[in-house]
Design a protein around this ligand. Structure first.
Ligand code: GLU
Length: 268
């Protein structure tokens, strides 16, 4: 039983999307608080936790009272640099309440493309984890820009989280999202659509189920989640679960082997 093996997952990457961090009222502090509690509890049982958090541009937009997602790259850069510090301040405060320190790591794509800098990133993660510090990662949106012949941007944090999972050889990546998993059809169009329990291969049929983009302040959508799943499955190690980020305690259920969300895992 594939779900059972999640009980043994030790190194876990948790990805939170912008829609999971923000509610219509602004930053969802209750959720960050709950996440901090869950991470502290998991760490006490010997798990190692790494967080990939979106929200820099969303939180920056709120702070600067922008009515829509910043349209130009320059505006996205500026907005993210405002939002990122606010976001990290909240993470640091809530995690500290449960006795945990957090460490910010901002990545650009070129960092992981060069073997020496990739090694440095790995050392940084390993050292943080060895000290019991929770790394909180985002793309360095203030400086990561796609230029011709020089791709420095991951573009979405689903992909980034899978790359991080690969770098740290994580046993499990959990994508906490505003959808409960991968559905056979778009559940917003057909509320009866069936949730897929387990995927071992990203076939054309699976890819077709994932067309479309996320909402106003987010970059992802199901398509980028499947790109993340591809990285995990190609890597031949570790698994990934997409599930609802409504209540971060769901991580306890996932790690208890329960049938939650959609599990992507290798055959065998
Ligand atoms: N790095 C972006 C941010 O923090 C999010 C990218 C994404 O939504 O995947 O706003």
């Amino acid at each position: 039983m594939k779900r059972e093996k999640l009980k043994n997952a030790k190194r876990i990457v948790i990805k939170l999307g912008t829609n999971t961090i923000l509610s219509s009222q602004g930053i969802n502090f209750q959720k960050i608080d709950r996440l901090a509690y869950v991470c502290a509890s998991l760490q006490q049982t010997g798990k190692e936790i790494i967080i990939v958090s979106s929200g820099a541009i969303g939180v920056g937009s709120l702070e600067l009272k922008e009515e829509q997602y910043p349209q130009t790259i320059a505006d996205q850069q500026a907005t993210s640099s405002v939002g990122q510090t606010i976001l990290m301040g909240h993470y640091a405060r809530f995690f500290k309440y449960y006795g945990l320190n957090v460490g910010q790591v901002l990545l650009t794509r070129d960092v992981v493309d060069f073997p020496q800098s990739l090694e440095n990133v790995r050392v940084a993660f390993d050292t943080l984890l060895a000290k019991g510090i929770v790394p909180i990662i985002n793309e360095n949106d203030a400086i990561a820009v796609d230029e011709l012949n020089h791709l420095t941007k991951f573009g979405d944090n689903d992909t980034l989280s899978a790359v991080v999972a690969k770098i740290v050889s994580a046993d499990l990546l959990v994508i906490l999202s505003d959808v409960a998993g991968l559905y056979e059809e778009n559940p917003q169009i057909n509320p009866q659509a069936k949730l897929i329990d387990q995927v071992e291969e990203i076939t054309d049929q699976i890819s077709q189920m994932a067309a479309g983009k996320g909402s106003e302040f987010s970059t992802g959508g199901m398509a980028t989640k499947l790109s993340a799943a591809k990285i995990i499955l190609e890597n031949q190690q570790g698994s990934m679960v997409i599930t609802s980020g409504e209540d971060p305690s769901i991580l306890f259920n996932i790690l208890n082997g329960e049938k939650i969300g959609t599990l992507f895992t290798n055959k065998g």
